[in-house]
Design a protein around this ligand. Structure first.
Ligand code: ADP
Ligand code: MG
Length: 842
């Protein structure tokens, strides 16, 4: 490896070990430029690489540790792309944040992922904290490490103590608790109950229903053990009564229980109410003896997730000891001013109340406080990231009015005012001297492509390059055609190229060469665009379409192909504004909430399964008029487990029996990408009248001639998804139809389906979907980005989010670096929270 690169590697590594505190070199990393630049030239390092290093290191000091980690990582990646041999030895870590590389990190972080795994086996951050359920297997990471506000230097050292310091906890118990992620006393405080039994709202036995899942309390009236299966097994029958009625419990093959139950004892049992010979019974319910204390003082009792060898009562007693003694000692990292103005419960109290609530109200307040912390930290992080991004310089692009006007007059349509606003936002960003970081959010069909194309035009007009990345090759190809057409007056066809996985190797090479020597101005493609060997001479704009389909890494990679390039990400998921501000608060937002003129709303009907014939009639009529139709299925193939119609099976029947005279295509996720593309293209080119498909058609495909979207098993889809699917039609000027057929008759009244029939407004539907389903499904796992770190907070709780956001903003305005003494604890806790692999959602 060239000595200059070797040096870089050494200092980057040192810097990483120092937690990105900019101490690898006395006076800061930028100091190394004094000698490095010359050495690099002497080594004949590519000028682009040298410039990238110089740029990044110059602004390095102003960045937060997290952004520093990103900057070095990006640089090293870029170097690796140009000089693959540098990656042979371990460079800076692949994923800096996972290595906990922050100033506040007490331990020097290991360098490679491999080492990370080995040396931190029990500390490995988990990306998806499992909630609830009885688990064994792999030990979990400690709880309090990555929890918002859980630990600071003011946290009593005793909270780091191993659990064996507790009376009654031996090494074996301690090991068992590690499986639950409980390593220390501090972790106990943050091991929250899975649920609660509220004894103040118990159900009397008399009013139980068959099939109900309940908890009841009663005293033991009688107890019998009898052999079954010829004496090979036993059954214990216990009858309990609560004064309103009696209930029989059966426990199979647990003979030892006979000694545990005593007539007259009070027990609580939880389980499903079953039926035996016409009487209500419970089979092998969860049970425990009821302490007087539970019943009389603590009427809301926590239920924890367990693992083998520990029981509820034991863990609860342990919790009680620990929380009563230690929760009051926990230091609250949230500054008092914030606490007061947000009116949230003090942390100590919240930690007590979340385990042993005095009332439902207190429990709610405790939850709110803990959830507030999560969102507050998230917001602070987002704000800081935004500031970091803005702290570096970007190339300025000034767009003359005449140029823009010429472009607009040559378009085949007049832009909507929403499109115009988005374009002027972008134009201002590009001329600001700071990198643009903009999220363009617009409903399906609102016309985002032309906005992106104009942005790319602004960049290329100034001699620089733009890269557009789409999630599928169908989409990439569609963009490619649109861009070529929209920009035909300013770019020659050979200056815009399509680069996808299927592009022949020779052509790929040619494109790579063209990008490296700046003869190609715009490249449009799939992830092939970010693959190693692709290098740009002057990448100044990165556009990511359907951004939720990409991982954080891929976005960062595209960005790292240039030096502080401008970034435009586009999404059709109409996230409510408050949510967008939280999840994407580090991006500036342009919302296109207006459809191009002349677009008719899609007529939407909910049909009963028996009315399928009606749907087919409409479909046939449209096809006779030369139109095309989609039929969407929830399943690929019929399944015993899931009720619902399936694409493959229906495709058979439809083509043989229902529409033998029409041409049908079949599309689903198990087909190879090339097959999928071929099918899609054939449909677009009208070689098929009907496309039977699963939801793989969901993303961005534009077939204006399709006017019918028939969705089978419509109750199986979320609103946002239904809306995306419906967006595949109504893209031309003709009236289009969306027909929703639920799996079963009784789902016809399904609220979601009715809402679909009533509204074509994606934003309204998104709000509704959030209310109906919650954020996980709404956003999908990938898109939830930051949100996946939330344990207590629910993204649906818009009020709480607003509150936390406003508080974070106020604090950020006063003390962005958290350097004031009153924010010192927060600064520590913040660093810890963000050191644990939280993603960037750019
Ligand atoms: P999306 O926002 O879903 O990506 P597209 O950019 O694919 O939407 O645009 C959908 C369709 O609308 C395309 O056929 C496009 O040519 C057309 N379109 C875009 N803007 C306008 C406009 N202002 N007036 C009329 N048609 C438009
Ligand atoms: Mg699109």
């Amino acid at each position: 490896m060239q000595t200059s690169l070797e040096k870089l590697r050494k200092f980057f590594r040192l810097e990483h070990e120092n937690g990105y505190s900019n101490k690898a070199i006395i006076g800061g990393l930028a100091k190394m430029l004094d000698f490095w630049e010359g050495e690099a030239r002497a080594d004949q390092i590519q000028e682009g690489v040298i410039q990238a290093v110089v740029q990044r290191l110059r602004s390095y000091d102003g960045l937060s540790p997290q952004s520093r980690a990103d900057a070095l990582k990006g640089l090293w990646k870029r170097i690796g792309d140009t000089y693959p041999e540098t990656q042979q030895k371990s460079g800076p870590p692949k994923s800096p944040r996972q290595a906990g590389g922050l100033v506040e990190s007490p331990k020097p972080a290991p360098i490679s992922n491999q080492q990370l795994v080995e040396s931190q086996q029990t500390h490995k951050p988990s990306s998806s904290p499992t909630r609830g359920g009885i688990t064994g297997g792999q030990p979990r990471p400690p709880r309090s490490e990555s929890v918002a506000g859980a630990r600071t230097s003011a946290t009593p050292a005793a909270l780091d103590a191993k659990l064996t310091v507790l009376q009654g906890v031996g090494p074996r118990h301690a090991e068992t608790l590690i499986k639950l992620g409980i390593h220390t006393l501090g972790d106990m405080l943050y091991y929250f109950p899975r649920r609660y039994d509220d004894y103040s709202q118990l159900k009397p036995i008399k009013s139980l229903w068959y099939g109900e899942q309940v908890t009841v309390i009663g005293t033991i009236q009688s107890l019998h053990t009898r052999p079954i299966r010829g004496g090979k097994a036993t059954i214990i029958e216990v009858v309990i009564s609560d004064g309103t009625a009696a209930l029989r419990l059966s426990f199979f093959n647990q003979p030892w229980l006979a000694n545990r139950f005593k007539q007259g004892d009070a027990i609580s049992v939880s389980g499903k109410v079953d039926q035996y010979l016409g009487k209500l019974v419970m089979n092998s319910p969860d049970w425990e003896s009821v302490d007087a204390e539970n019943l009389h003082t603590n009427r809301i009792v926590p239920i924890y997730s367990l693992t083998e060898r520990i029981n509820q009562k034991w863990l609860r007693n342990l919790m009680k000891q620990v929380t009563e003694y230690w929760a009051p000692a926990v230091a609250d990292a949230l500054p008092e001013s914030v606490r007061n103005s947000a009116r949230v419960m003090p942390l100590s109290e919240a930690l007590l109340q979340i385990h042993f609530p005095d009332s439902q109200e207190k429990l709610t307040a405790a939850r709110e406080r803990l959830a507030f912390d999560e969102i507050f930290y998230l917001q602070m992080g987002v704000l800081r990231q935004k500031r970091d991004w803005q702290s570096v310089d970007a190339k300025r692009f000034s767009i003359p009015d005449e140029w823009l006007e010429a472009r607009l007059t040559s378009l085949p349509f007049t832009l909507t005012s929403a499109q115009q606003r988005a374009i002027s936002d972008i134009r201002a960003d590009l001329d600001s001297g700071k990198p643009m970081n903009r999220l363009l959010q617009g409903d399906v069909g609102s016309g985002k492509t032309v906005v992106a194309a104009l942005a790319a035009g602004m960049i290329t007009m100034n001699g620089a390059q733009a890269a557009i990345m789409a999630p599928t090759s169908i989409l990439a190809e569609q963009h490619y055609r649109n861009f070529t057409d929209l920009l035909k007056e300013i770019l020659k066809p050979e200056e815009i190229r399509l680069l996808v996985g299927d592009t022949p190797e020779l052509e790929k090479e040619e494109i790579r060469a063209g990008l490296a020597n700046n003869s190609i101005k715009i490249v449009i493609g799939t992830h092939a665009v970010i693959e190693g060997p692709v290098q740009f001479a002057e990448l100044q704009l990165a556009v990511i379409d359907e951004q939720h389909r990409f991982g954080v890494e891929q976005r960062a990679e595209l960005r790292s192909k240039g030096t502080n390039p401008h970034l435009l990400v586009m999404t059709a998921t109409p996230i409510p504004r408050s949510l967008a501000l939280t999840l994407y608060g580090d991006l500036d937002l342009s919302i296109m909430d207006e459809m191009p003129a002349g677009r008719q709303p899609v007529n939407t009907f909910v049909l009963r399964p028996q009315e399928r014939e009606r749907a087919f009639t409409l479909l046939r009529g449209q096809i006779k008029d030369g139109k095309q139709a989609f039929i969407i299925y929830p399943l690929i193939e019929e399944s015993e487990k899931i009720e619902g119609r399936a694409a493959v099976d229906d495709y058979e029947t439809l083509s043989k029996e229902v529409f033998p005279d029409l041409k049908l295509g079949l599309l689903h996720g198990r087909m190879r990408p090339a097959e999928k593309d071929e099918t899609m293209l054939k449909f677009r080119d009208k070689q098929y009248d009907i496309l039977a498909s699963t939801t793989v058609v969901e993303v961005g495909v534009d077939v204006p001639n399709a006017t019918v979207m028939l969705i089978e098993g419509a109750d199986r889809f979320g609103l946002a998804q239904l809306h995306q699917l419906r967006g595949r039609v109504g893209r031309g000027s003709d009236q289009s139809y969306c027909l929703l057929i639920p799996t079963r008759e009784d789902a016809t009244e399904n609220e979601r389906l009715q809402v679909m029939a009533e509204s074509n407004d994606g934003f309204l539907l998104a709000e509704k979907d959030l209310q109906l389903r919650g954020p996980g499904e709404f956003l999908g796992t990938r898109q939830s980005g930051y949100a996946s770190g939330l344990r207590m907070a629910s993204i649906t709780d818009v009020k709480l989010i607003e509150k936390a956001r406003i508080q974070a903003q106020q604090l950020f305005q006063q003390d962005a670096d958290l350097s004031k003494p009153e924010n010192a604890l927060l600064a520590e806790a913040f660093g810890r929270f963000w050191g644990e692999g939280k993603g960037d959602v750019s």
